[in-house]
Design a protein around this ligand. Structure first.
Ligand code: ACO
Length: 311
């Protein structure tokens, strides 16, 4: 079926069914989805860098193989998401240009440095953990191609989260130095992970419209709270401390109270002034330039397959 007007678009949304690429949709729905899916795809691609930093220094062959596979999965997620964005009428080249020129954003979290091996575990536990909390509801997003892409992405993220947790658990049970390294990583990654969920609801530009269109199913603060509630018992099992003296169970709310991340810092990082923004962008630009010959070769091969003569 192809929808032909906004009345039918509204009916599909109201009935909790999926909007598909050929359906009529409001321009703002299309551009809002391109914005979010592109930002998401760019995050997966830039997100390969902080952990990629440890591939050559993983402590064992087994850890190295796991990390290699994980970083490759992130590339795969980026590709599914670019493909989902393309169904909305934007090309892969346009998306790449928008990232490289700094026109489109990627997640703040990937602008923090990975200083020790324990950071790889902390990223798996906290960053991938936050990503899952944010992305599982996106499996029910109203736009079909995005929702379907999210199902596989979430399964893989869930595996990533467990491997990070297991790796951190081993360090937490290790020598005093290993334990201290694990604690230091958790201390540094906790607040940036909380900030991943975006600004507080009152300052969130897109939430209201996005929730009305059933792209987002929960608000930034609702998901942040869900993440905190999930992490507290997991930290207890690890025997590590979350760096928030304000963390305590609130019987009345049925949730943990916690200290909010520094949202001014989030905005600074989003605007390009985080610890690693320049490095991440420079690396991505260089990789793109160095990959030019691959794109040319692929295009020449495709043209040849189509029976065209190329030089
Ligand atoms: N990092 C960078 N930018 C952010 C972040 C963040 N952590 N949080 C919010 N923003 C940006 C938004 O993109 C928006 O900017 P824009 O208007 O220029 O596009 C602005 O801050 C205001 O935020 P919101 O109105 O709350 O934006 P939105 O409703 O899109 O919610 C969220 C933000 C929760 C990140 C949403 O876009 C989302 O769920 N995206 C899909 C998941 C995703 O991108 N995850 C990436 C990290 S996970 C991973 O890759 C492993």
């Amino acid at each position: 079926r192809a929808l032909d007007g906004e009345a039918s678009f509204d009916a599909v949304i109201a009935a909790d069914q999926k909007i598909e690429p050929r359906d009529a949709m409001p321009d703002a729905y299309r551009s809002g989805l391109i914005r979010q899916i592109a930002q998401h795809a760019h995050s997966e691609i830039i997100g390969m860098q902080p952990e990629g930093n440890w591939i050559s220094r993983a402590p064992t062959l087994r850890r190295k193989a796991i990390l290699l596979a994980k970083v490759q999965d992130e590339a795969g997620h980026g590709l599914y998401l670019y493909a989902a964005a393309e169904t909305l009428g934007i090309s892969r080249e346009e998306l790449t240009d928008a990232l490289i020129s700094g026109k489109q954003k990627y997640s703040s979290i990937f602008n923090y440095p990975t200083l020790s091996w324990a950071d790889v575990g902390a990223i798996g536990w906290l960053v991938d953990g936050a990503a899952i909390v944010n992305q599982v509801p996106l499996c029910r997003c109203s736009y079909g191609p995005y929702a379907r892409a999210m199902i596989r992405v979430c399964k893989e993220e869930s595996f990533h989260q467990r491997q990070g947790y297991q790796s951190l658990y081993v360090l937490a049970q290790g020598t005093p130095e290993q334990r201290a390294m694990a604690q230091d990583a958790v201390d540094r990654w906790w607040y940036p992970s909380l900030a991943m969920f975006g600004p507080p609801d009152a300052d969130s530009t897109h939430s209201a419209q996005s929730m009305a269109w059933k792209v987002k199913r929960f608000s930034n603060d609702e998901l942040r709270q869900r993440f905190v509630d999930m992490c507290v018992p997991q930290a207890e099992i690890l025997g590590l401390t979350l760096p928030d003296p304000g963390l305590r169970w609130n019987e009345e709310r049925g949730h943990y109270d916690y200290t909010s991340p520094d949202f001014d810092e989030l905005m600074r990082v989003v605007k390009g002034d985080g610890p690693c923004n320049r490095q991440r962008m420079a690396h991505r630009r260089r990789a793109h330039e160095e990959g030019a010959w691959v794109r040319e070769a692929a295009a020449a091969y495709a043209a040849k397959q189509n029976g065209k003569v190329t030089v």
